[in-house]
Design a protein around this ligand. Structure first.
Ligand SMILES: [Mg+2]
Length: 412
């Protein structure tokens, strides 16, 4: 009996979530059964493959590849634009479901999290992992991988062993047969840059790294070397962070052109505020501090913040303050980049109605919630503010950067 950690990873998350969502919406196709990818906007040059279906994999299409390249490999490829609202909603719903099994859920990225159980036997843990995996499939219509062990590192490595729709364990006494046989680049935090170095030193497998000279690795690769050496031995003493508390939410946008008039700047600030406030509401948070930042065309940078009289998640309230901050801050130099962020956050269920909040603000909060619902259902641009109609400006700017998932890709 002891501590058990599980790592849950949604298989081809963006694609699986899109497929499950289309099915819910009654769309008569399953994008998982044809060569398909979720890909960024094809009109702009940055369009890349964010997720791919199993049939697309057969055409050697890889995540991170440009859409142009992907189309060359498979001319009939179905390309579906990303819908982050759906992903955030799916991610949250999954975490809520997982909390039925344990209150200790640590989000690691939008489609990965760790679960902690105390006093669970190994056999019970394996059984429970299958139950969770099949439960997700039955309830939500997509598959996950689950890795089981005693710490986060080994659980994550176990979850990566074989995909999709699988449960695996790597307990400390299984390290030799299951972890050490893998190529060294399969170890968490051994990246593209580290692999060739290790190979040059004759280290090809995780086992080779574990058997290598600690002092040599430590001298050559410093703290990163010490970390991956310990990982090779399955050692990970990172603490389990229950709920990563979000400190701030924000978006910034580098503009395609220099902005030199107040009206356009305000419109861009509105689109940034829309996304920021929406993310705030998705996280069930309210904010008390709003801030705006301006980078001018000569890369001069200025920022200003304001503490509000009450906690809010209302787009209108945040936007009004953002605009007045901007007006105070802007020296009329052409603008290259604008940023909006909110901080001093509090969970919204704590919030009480406040005497400083006017009636219009309360009405606007209700409106926000209705608009969010429509956007989740019909897409970001189903409802747009009047200023964006017949305009080239995007009504909602910004994405979901990594800052919402502090552990993403680097720290366990
Ligand atoms: Mg995944």
């Amino acid at each position: 009996m002891g501590q058990i950690i599980m790592h849950i990873d949604v298989n081809s998350a963006f694609l699986s979530w899109t497929a499950a969502y289309e099915q819910q919406m009654g769309i008569d196709r399953d994008i998982r059964t044809v060569p398909s990818v979720i890909g960024g906007n094809e009109q702009n040059r940055h369009g890349i493959v964010l997720a791919k279906s199993t049939p697309a994999k057969k055409f050697k299409i890889q995540t991170g590849m440009s859409l142009m390249e992907a189309r060359q490999l498979c001319p009939n490829l179905l390309v579906i634009p990303p819908n982050y609202r759906v992903y955030v909603r799916a991610s949250k719903t999954l975490r809520e479901y997982l909390m039925k099994f344990t209150p200790d859920v640590q989000p690691f990225s939008i489609d990965e999290c760790f679960l902690k159980f105390t006093d669970l036997k190994r056999e019970e843990a394996a059984e429970l992992a299958y139950k969770i995996k099949d439960g997700v499939k039955e309830k939500f219509g997509y598959t996950v991988n689950i890795g089981v062990s005693e710490n986060k590192l080994l659980a994550k490595q176990a979850g990566d062993l074989e995909k999709p729709d699988k449960c695996h364990t790597i307990f400390p006494d299984e390290i030799k047969e299951k972890l050490w046989v893998l190529p060294v680049e399969d170890l968490f935090m051994v990246g593209r840059r580290t692999k060739p170095k290790l190979n040059r030193w004759g280290i090809y497998t995780i086992g080779d790294l574990a058997a290598s000279d600690y002092n040599f690795i430590s001298t050559m690769l410093k703290s990163h070397g010490r970390m991956i050496y310990n990982y090779a031995w399955g050692r990970d003493d990172s603490v389990f962070k229950e709920k990563s508390p979000i400190k701030s939410v924000g978006n910034s946008s580098t503009l395609k052109f220099n902005v030199d008039n107040r009206e356009t700047a305000h419109a861009i600030l509105l689109s940034l505020t829309e996304m920021t406030a929406l993310r705030l509401r998705e996280a069930n948070m309210n904010c008390r501090v709003v801030s705006v930042s301006i980078k001018d065309k000569d890369f001069g940078y200025e920022a200003k913040q304001r503490k509000l009289m009450y906690f809010t998640d209302c787009t209108r309230d945040i936007y009004q303050n953002i605009c007045s901050l901007f007006d105070e801050l802007w020296d009329r130099r052409p603008i290259r980049q604008l940023g909006v962020s909110v901080s001093d956050l509090e969970f919204s269920h704590i919030k009480q109605t406040n005497i400083f909040q006017d009636e219009l603000s309360i009405k606007n909060e209700i409106l926000d919630k209705a608009v969010d619902k429509i956007r989740v259902k019909y897409g970001d641009e189903a409802v747009i503010r009047g200023v964006f109609a017949n305009s080239d400006l995007s009504p909602i700017l910004g994405g979901y950067p990594d800052d919402e998932y502090p552990g993403m890709g680097s720290i366990l």
